[in-house]
Design a binder for this molecule. Structure first.
Ligand code: A2P
Length: 331
């Protein structure tokens, strides 16, 4: 069977990647419907060698169609308003915004980590934050075997995570232009500030990592802290993850776990200067893990360096993998 797929935010950074990934992975698309704001209505986007016209996102353009999957990336407000509309017309919505992630009625899913949560969806499934996705993929084999007790995240995040405007701030900033998206220049700079600040001094991005990690790993008592930082890289988020495990481990076993885990590429051979970098991960769907070493300052402590393409595994590919899982496993 082939499926009718809608993309909401089709002209955006992640929206365009949804289309590319569907094509690349040979997703069984029968009809493709593209939605964006009124500004983009009538513009054309290529999919599988054919041009598709972008439609304005209004209910009248939705209700006359049969849509099996709706992949959303048009910001939280659009998701809050329109995800229930698509769900009402029987689509399964996979939403890349933060709008629904912490809603107890909505599963928050990374297929390598908690695919079992897909089954209890009521029409909306949330795609986690890009930084959370790659982190929980790296933590999953450790959590299953040794139990995770405490996590310290420090991130180095690419500008594409802030959409087309974030990308353009770096591109134009390198030519001397003033920033339009970020508060300060990102060219030749780093910003310890992603999303807005909350009352407790953490940014919303940091709180997303903390709360989403607990929800995906099904452990509300997990101790997590995070510092999230924007760096002048176009694609690929990097993360230092310091993790304290519940039980003793051997480093040999950790290497073995990563060698065998689907979706992870182990790149750790410091004798030959091999470690993950954004230029390795850009354009790929795997999560790259390296710099694995014991944290000698605590019991059962471990340091990891984790890199992934934030627009692919951190957004579009994860959403398409959720849809593939539904097709293949939830018949
Ligand atoms: P548009 O290009 O018409 O503004 P990014 O995250 O790269 O900035 O992309 C945001 C996406 O969300 C774009 O596709 C954008 O469409 C879409 N979008 C923004 N506002 C609306 C809206 N009011 N209705 C539908 N789509 C919207």
């Amino acid at each position: 069977m082939n499926y009718n797929v809608a993309i909401v935010g089709a002209t955006g950074m992640v929206g365009r990647k949804f289309i590319e990934v569907l094509e690349e992975r040979n997703f069984p698309v029968e009809n493709l419907y593209l939605f964006a704001s009124k500004r983009s209505a009538g513009s054309k986007i290529l999919f599988s060698g054919k041009e598709f016209e972008v439609e304005e996102l209004i209910e009248d353009n939705i209700k006359n169609k049969t849509i099996h999957f709706a992949l959303f990336s048009a910001g939280g407000d659009i998701s809050l308003e329109y995800a229930p509309v698509f769900a009402k017309y029987n689509a399964v919505v996979i939403d890349n915004s933060s709008a629904w992630r912490m809603n107890p009625e909505v599963p928050l899913v990374v297929p390598e980590v908690n695919p079992e949560d897909i089954k209890w969806n009521k029409g909306i499934i949330a795609n986690p934050n890009c930084s959370t996705i790659q982190a929980v993929v790296a933590l999953k084999p450790l959590h299953d075997k040794y139990g995770v007790k405490r996590i310290i995240y420090s991130t180095y995040q690419a500008v594409s995570g802030a959409g087309m405007k974030g990308y353009s701030d770096l591109e134009e900033g390198l030519k001397g232009a003033a920033p339009k998206k970020f508060t300060y220049p990102i060219a030749n700079n780093i910003l310890p500030h992603i999303d807005v600040f909350t009352e407790n001094g953490y940014t919303k991005e940091e709180m997303k990592m903390i709360l989403e990690t607990r929800k995906i790993l099904h452990d509300d008592s997990l101790k997590v802290t995070a510092t999230t930082v924007r760096v002048p890289v176009y694609y690929g988020h990097s993360e230092s993850i310091n993790v304290e495990l519940k039980r003793e481990f051997s480093l040999e076993d950790i290497f073995q776990l990563y060698k065998n885990f689907k979706g992870i590429v182990l790149k750790d051979d410091v004798a030959n200067l091999q470690y993950p970098m954004p230029i390795d991960a850009a354009g790929k769907d795997e999560v790259f893990v390296g710099r694995i070493r014991r944290d000698f300052s605590t019991d059962n402590g471990l340091n990891l360096w984790v890199v992934a393409d934030n627009i692919r595994k951190g957004a579009a590919s994860n959403a398409v993998q959720i849809a593939e899982y539904i097709i293949n496993e939830c018949k």
